[in-house]
Design a protein around this ligand. Structure first.
Ligand code: ADP
Ligand code: MN
Ligand code: MN
Ligand code: MN
Length: 367
């Protein structure tokens, strides 16, 4: 494939002979963090003498924030605070991946660290046992910036056959999807499904349900694994919410939400109450549903291609052109969860889940 990266063509059999070497009792720990763009992920590795049993066993670390758009060169040391540990699906047991929060020189959260404020809201709403499930859509590209497996000039045939498809003419890049799924399961990421999307070379995976702060942690690590698997195959996963303009679907990150009350008998009443609150805070939510205050999502939320308009709030049972959809079986059972369809594929899940918890559970009662 001409558009795959040179690194992906390196001799993998040679690599494998090194991967089989013993580690002499040591453990490799890969620290993962969100960079100053609020979208990019970075990582670096250190050796530990013994395998960490839990997150408490993993020490703080640091990095050069002036190289990640997170600090000035004159005061560039940033702290890495381990928050959640996973198994490493690339170099295997006993090695670990550890997601970190980033603190500045003064130990306050970096501007791109929204986990800290999200966690504070989740602590406040603890008694509601809020669960989230997020549907991460993404699009595969060659390193030449051309959609993966699209004809070199012109377009594939129009949308219709690609969603949940099978066959070489319809499903582009399934190797990546399958390898990412396995990598998530091995790592301990709560991936719960995957499907091919409406636009060719566009796919989705779902993570959840996750309680409170865990949603953001799990989704960020699932994204790290996606980018890392794609690197092996020499292609790029884009989270741009409208990667191809025109008559092609965009990419979102639908966020499914329930509280204990919503999941219990008569829960629909609580879902309706949450939707009323969300309707009064539409603009505030749009501002945090992509990293650029709605400027990315405005290309996607047009009211076409299974989206609502960015300007208007709407809701409905089984309605995929609404801002908020109540799944049909939830309407029928009278309890369950709702789906916020507005977040963009490149959203920060900490900001999305924080906004939802804040609006639905902490803002004063709507009259
Ligand atoms: P869709 O029909 O919108 O494509 P998916 O099957 O792709 O739905 O995704 C459903 C999502 O809903 C999953 O992420 C799942 O974890 C989440 N989910 C299921 N039940 C609940 C619940 N009670 N609370 C919150 N999220 C839930
Ligand atoms: Mn879905
Ligand atoms: Mn989808
Ligand atoms: Mn959905």
């Amino acid at each position: 494939m001409a558009s795959a990266s040179p690194s992906s063509h390196l001799n993998k059999a040679v690599r494998q002979s090194y991967m089989m070497l013993s580690q002499a009792g040591k453990c490799q720990v890969t620290y993962v963090w969100i960079d100053g763009t609020g979208e990019g992920l970075r990582s670096k590795i250190r050796t530990m003498d013994t395998e960490p049993e839990s997150i408490e066993d993993i020490p703080e670390w640091n990095f050069d924030g002036s190289s990640t758009w997170q600090a000035e060169g004159s005061n560039s040391d940033m702290y890495l605070i381990p928050v959640r540990m996973f198994r490493d699906p690339f170099t295997l047991d006993p090695n670990k991946l550890v997601l970190c929060e980033v603190l500045k020189y003064n130990r306050l959260p970096a501007e791109s660290n929204h986990r800290d404020s999200c966690n504070k809201v989740m602590e406040k709403v603890k008694e509601h046992c809020i669960w989230f499930g997020m549907e991460q859509e993404y699009t595969l590209f060659g390193i030449d910036g051309h959609p993966f497996s699209w004809p070199p000039s012109g377009y594939p045939s129009p949308q219709g056959p690609y969603y949940c498809s099978v066959g070489a003419n319809n499903a582009y890049g399934r190797d990546i999807v399958e390898c990412h799924y396995k990598a998530c399961l091995y790592a301990g990421v709560k991936i719960c499904g995957t499907n091919a999307e409406v636009m060719p070379s566009q796919w989705e995976f779902q993570v959840g349900p996750c309680g409170g702060i865990e949603m953001g942690d799990q989704l960020w690590v699932a994204r790290f694994l996606l980018h890392r698997v794609c690197e092996d195959f020499g292609v790029v996963a884009s989270l741009d919410p409208k990667p191809v303009m025109g008559n092609w679907n965009g990419a979102g990150c639908h966020t499914n939400v329930s509280t204990k009350q919503m999941r219990e008998e008569g829960g629909l009443k609580h879902i309706d109450q949450a939707i009323v609150k969300l309707s009064k805070n539409h603009r505030e939510h749009i501002l945090v549903y992509d990293p650029h205050e709605g400027k990315d999502n405005v290309r996607r939320l047009t009211g076409l291609h299974e989206t609502s308009s960015i300007k208007d709030f709407s809701s409905g049972v089984a309605d995929r052109s609404a801002s908020i959809r109540i799944p049909r079986e939830v309407g029928q059972n009278g309890r369950g969860y709702f789906e916020d369809r507005r977040p963009a594929a490149n959203c920060d899940p900490y900001l999305v889940t924080r906004a939802i918890a804040q609006t639905c559970l902490l803002d004063p009662e709507v009259q």
